[in-house]
Design a binder for this molecule. Structure first.
Ligand SMILES: [Zn+2]
Length: 480
């Protein structure tokens, strides 16, 4: 019988960026076929593998097991890796599986591996199983959102996309993206020294789960630095500012190009150096590799934002909120509402400079999600900004009395002697979306212990994978 690790090993060799899951889809279907199981695919690209109940359990309702196919593709700047073709290099280290400069894809490859190992297990007692593998979770839960209607008949769903063993998630925040586009005027300016300021090596992390960890947002720090320069009276003009990558990640780097008059070069350099020391101090505990540098790149004349637009854009970026906005009243330590200033990209033509700013908000309270989005928009008022709402999905409200939760509490106690920890989280989960289509389905989200998810330091703890698999197996075996 193939183990979780046999399946995971194969999964690490299958490229699967969000929206490009075709290789994974094909592999899942051929793996099902090799096990003699039926599989189907819906219009969104999700895959469903079904297995009949084990002997004597044919009359019970089906249980759905669910994980997502895609993975976040993040790597260290100095690592060359093509996420569309290359296998994920990884090794074992002190009881963990770790990757080598890229995301590992244990989120959610390990969830898939656990489900497949359960399907491969002929000893397991279980009701009818509907194993759902969704596409495009990481960019906005799109697979779950567009799942074929009425596909599942299960009355219970176990999602395998959580990140801490023994911690069972029974509710989550909803989210919304707020996208801002600014058209700024530019002009050709001569006699400027072009300087490039780089903020790099931030820890980044997940825009929900890590939002309360006090980590640096490279774009926000850049805006603060540029703001300091203008406040100190330096005559600077912005050419471009680019940073961040994914809407659900805290930006780890940001690069700005500015034009500085000859006279102001030394004072700009001084201010940047001072600022570099300040942020090192400010983020001394968590951020070990955060680095700020400035380099004189050329004297070639180029296009810069007008003086007025330079100031306005810098001020708006510096005003844009980021981080925790409200904590939950009921659950200690739970963030209720937050916002992430995720990315900024500059596009320059002969007349205009367009800045596209991507932000995302999360809240378990629907009205606060709207409020957080409005607060973000406000930062860009007066700039003639175009504002759009991107993906927008509801939260998953906890049902504290559900049977599946009680089963996992029992199983965990039996298995480890420890109490299960029941949690509501500040991140989007597919359960929230699926709950929209399957209102009466009981749900729970479980998973082994992982750290550094969505960043190149992602790792998964080996023993926790085995315990989590066993917990799911035992929960399926229960039929009280
Ligand atoms: Zn995930």
């Amino acid at each position: 019988m193939k183990s979780v690790w046999d399946f995971f090993e194969e999964i690490t060799r299958i490229p699967r960026p969000s929206k490009k899951e075709e290789k994974m889809r094909a592999w899942l279907r051929s793996t099902a076929e090799a096990m003699g199981l039926e599989s189907e695919e819906d219009e969104a690209g999700n895959v469903l593998i079904k297995k009949e109940a084990s002997d004597g359990r044919e009359r019970e309702d089906a249980v759905a097991l669910q994980a997502h196919m895609d993975m976040v593709c993040e790597k260290e700047d100095n690592v060359s890796h093509n996420f569309e073709t290359d296998a994920i290099a990884h090794h074992e280290e002190g009881g963990w599986i770790v990757s080598e400069g890229t995301t590992l894809g244990a989120d959610d490859g390990i969830g898939i591996a656990i489900i497949l190992s359960l399907l491969a297990d002929e000893e397991l007692s279980h009701p009818r199983l509907e194993c759902l593998f969704t596409v495009d979770e990481e960019t906005g839960l799109y697979g779950a959102t567009n799942i074929r209607r009425g596909w599942l008949t299960a009355k219970t769903l176990i999602n395998l996309d959580s990140e801490e063993e023994g911690e069972f998630v029974i509710g989550c925040a909803g989210g919304r993206d707020t996208l801002i586009e600014i058209e700024a005027e530019n002009e050709r300016v001569t006699n400027r020294q072009v300087m490039e300021i780089r903020i790099e090596g931030g820890m980044g992390g997940h825009s929900g789960e890590d939002i309360d960890k006090g980590r640096a947002n490279a774009i926000q720090e850049m805006a603060r630095l540029l703001g300091t320069l203008t406040e100190e009276g330096a005559d600077i003009r912005l050419a471009e500012v680019n940073g961040g990558n994914l809407r659900n990640a805290i930006p780890r780097s940001c690069v700005a190009r500015i034009g500085v008059t000859e006279r102001d070069v030394p004072s700009v350099q001084d201010t940047v150096e001072q600022f570099a020391k300040d942020i090192k101090k400010h983020f001394a505990v968590e951020e070990k590799t955060l680095n700020l540098s400035v380099e004189h790149v050329s004297n070639a004349e180029t296009r810069f934002l007008t003086a007025e637009c330079t100031t306005a854009v810098i001020q708006a970026l510096a005003r844009c909120p980021h981080g925790v906005l409200k904590m939950d009243e009921h659950v200690e330590g739970l963030v209720r509402t937050s916002t992430n200033l995720a990315a900024v990209h500059t596009h320059t033509t002969d007349h205009n400079t367009t800045l596209a700013i991507e932000t995302s908000q999360r809240s378990s309270v629907e009205e606060e999600k709207t409020w957080a989005s409005e607060e973000t928009k406000k930062a860009f008022e007066g700039l003639n900004a175009k504002v759009e709402t991107g993906k927008d999905y509801p939260g998953w409200e906890p049902d504290w009395d559900s049977l599946i939760i009680k089963r996992f509490e029992r199983v965990w106690k039996e298995l480890t002697g420890k109490e299960a920890r029941i949690k509501v989280i500040h991140a989007g989960l597919e359960c929230g979306v699926l709950k929209g289509s399957y209102k009466d389905m009981e749900m729970i989200s479980v998973g082994p212990t992982m750290t550094g998810v969505h960043s190149p330091s992602e790792r998964v703890e080996i023993a926790s994978v085995e315990r989590t698999r066993e917990a799911v197996a035992r929960a399926l075996a229960m039929n009280d």
